[in-house]
Design a protein around this ligand. Structure first.
Ligand code: HEM
Length: 125
């Protein structure tokens, strides 16, 4: 490679990801986490529906702060995926595709997701 064309003085601390890029990568990550979290949720559901004792056991697990924290984190990730999934589908219909509208919708979705995540915390605790 020509020495002149190599990137020099690449200041990583000054490089910022655009909000749309962050929204997109987090959406993919949240989808993968939701997929694996389903196994936890379905096994809890199966145990709680299996018998009255199973239900009581699962209910008692929810007394633990740690269990509630995990359930809240799963709910938070799903809320994020849901809100940005709806945004994605709106974009698939041909809206919010320009840079300014896409950036604005991503910012609004971050706020909506945050409100839902806080609401989930209030419901769980
Ligand atoms: C059980 C629930 C769900 C799971 C496990 C899940 C999982 C995933 C995963 C792993 C991806 C990433 C695919 C990729 O980027 O290659 C994805 C993408 C997507 N999800 Fe979900 N998802 C779930 C629920 C939802 C819901 C409820 C919505 C709608 C509101 C939704 C909308 C989308 C959309 C639109 C994409 C495409 C994003 C893109 O093309 O970059 N998902 N999902």
């Amino acid at each position: 490679m020509n020495k002149q064309s190599r990137p020099v003085n690449l200041q990583l601390q000054t490089i910022r990801f655009p909000v749309n890029a962050i929204a997109s990568i987090l959406h993919r990550i949240s989808g993968v986490i939701t997929f694996f979290a389903l196994a936890i949720l379905l096994s809890l559901l199966a145990k709680s529906l299996g018998s009255a004792d199973g239900f009581a056991t699962v209910a008692s697990w929810f007394d633990s702060f740690f269990v509630r924290l995990i359930i809240w984190l799963i709910a938070a990730v799903f809320c994020y995926h849901l809100v940005f999934g709806i945004r994605h589908m709106v974009m698939d219909c041909g809206y919010w595709e320009e840079l300014t509208s896409a950036t604005a919708s991503a910012r609004i979705c971050f706020i909506v997701a945050l409100v839902l995540i806080i609401l989930m915390g209030i419901i769980i605790w």
